[in-house]
Design a protein around this ligand. Structure first.
Ligand SMILES: *Cc1c(COP(=O)(O)O)cnc(C)c1O
Length: 422
């Protein structure tokens, strides 16, 4: 038996290079310790250039960027919100189901009601067929929030054409996929409104931070205004709209500025990790998280695996615990994650789908065959074959994907996982 790692092998931790400290020190030297300054200007320029959009607005986090994106879409669709009302005003919004809850919470911030769209098995993102079904069931919906899970671009063309067919706007959550491309174009450039994140575990980080991306100067100006308390052009604090304190700090911007030149390096490291797992798992009854190799180049933020149904031992999960029954020749995410933990390596379950979250238990959910929840005809129980998100959650897991993990450490992790199947 191998010994546990002396230093924990993380799922995905910050990787600093030194330039970050220099830009932070510059901010100190200039005394720009505020939400304005050279680092912010420069990092907005760098990100817009990299992402291939005209404007990037630096904000306190990706969630703030998504909130303002959803609000902007809501106002475009339904008119300016009253001070005590959200911009979505009780309207339904279609949203990715297998994602982090920050994708969908902004819909609730703006008084909308999320209806979750099931996941497709090819990229683990929003299923275009299920989206089409959802529009048949709820033809009045005009907004769709789409995330790219784990850095893998979704079926953007198909999703976009369904949105266009029904005259809906798209908010693109590229928080996990910064640097990933679809048909040669950066994710974050496809939505009518888009957001990226610099949270501590993302492909590059500022410790926190996020950005709103757009080609529209008017939209960029609006987001800039909202994010700095909606101050009007007047000698005093004058307000015609509700405002937010969502601007990025010049210190955080210094860290992001230092990270930007290393984004491609991080992607190359993450890709090597993905490929080493893929090679190392040959012969096991598993697949890696899939992507469209013809049309897309993921940023490989997290490497994940999915265990074949036949190789799953019994596993049950309550709302906060998991148990499994060990079985020869079989395993399950719980066994693998617990084993990794014993060796001081961090994995994680697949993001639990939003339609399975207690907070959203009353919200609608639509699968590719048009079933789901919140409709008169049917309720598909969790774990049913047509509920793709529940199935991936059941059989999948995120592997240690830290770009400071050495090949030797990764080989040990591969060996540990192989032994779970014995
Ligand atoms: C991290 C993340 C966010 C939120 O970004 P923050 O910067 O942490 O607010 C949003 N959506 C997805 C899919 C994420 O993974």
């Amino acid at each position: 038996m191998v010994k546990p790692f002396e230093k924990k092998v993380w799922l995905s931790s910050p990787t600093m290079h030194g330039d970050e400290q220099k830009w932070v020190n510059d901010a100190f030297a200039a005394n720009w310790i505020t939400t304005a300054g050279e680092n912010i200007n420069e990092v907005e320029r760098m990100v817009a250039e990299y992402a291939g959009v005209k404007y990037a607005v630096a904000l306190s986090c990706g969630t703030a960027a998504l909130h303002l994106a959803v609000k902007l879409a809501g106002e475009r669709l339904y008119g300016q919100a009253k001070p005590d009302q959200g911009a979505l005003q009780g309207n339904k919004v279609f949203a990715s189901d297998t994602t982090f809850d920050a994708t969908v919470n902004p819909i609730a911030y703006e008084d909308g009601e999320a209806v979750f769209i099931d996941t497709e098995p090819d990229t683990w993102n929003m299923c275009p067929k299920a989206l089409e079904k959802a529009f048949e069931i709820y033809p009045d919906v005009r907004l769709v929030v789409v995330a790219h899970l784990y850095g893998v671009p979704g079926k953007i063309d198909e999703l976009r054409s369904v949105c266009d067919k029904y005259g809906a706007l798209m908010v693109e959550d590229a928080a996990e996929s910064f640097g990933a491309t679809y048909k040669g174009k950066q994710t974050g450039g496809f939505g009518d409104y888009a957001a990226i994140s610099f949270n501590g575990n993302k492909i590059i980080t500022g410790s926190s931070g996020g950005m709103f991306l757009t080609d529209s100067l008017e939209d960029a100006d609006k987001i800039r205004k909202w994010s700095t308390q909606s101050r009007e052009n007047a000698p005093w604090y004058q307000h015609e709209e509700i405002g937010y304190n969502y601007r990025m700090s010049n210190i955080i911007a210094g860290i992001v500025r230092g990270q930007m030149p290393y984004l491609d390096t991080h992607i190359a490291q993450k890709k090597a990790i993905y490929e080493r797992y893929k090679e190392g798992f040959k012969g096991l009854p598993v697949i890696m998280n899939p992507f469209d190799a013809v049309n897309s180049e993921p940023n490989f933020w997290l490497s994940c695996m999915l265990i074949d149904r036949e190789a799953m031992c019994r596993q049950v999960r309550s709302e906060n615990q998991a148990l499994y029954v060990p079985e020869k020749g079989k395993t399950c995410p719980t066994e693998i994650l617990e084993t990794l933990m014993k060796y001081n390596a961090e994995g994680r379950p697949i993001w639990k789908p939003m339609h399975m979250q207690p907070i959203y238990r009353m919200n609608g959910f639509v699968t590719a065959n048009g079933n789901g929840r919140g409709q008169s005809n049917a309720y598909i129980a969790h774990g049913a074959a047509t509920d793709v998100g529940a199935d991936i959650f059941e059989r999948g897991l995120c592997l240690p994907s830290d770009n400071k993990m050495t090949p030797e450490q990764q080989d040990i992790i591969i060996q540990i996982i192989r032994e779970c199947f014995e």
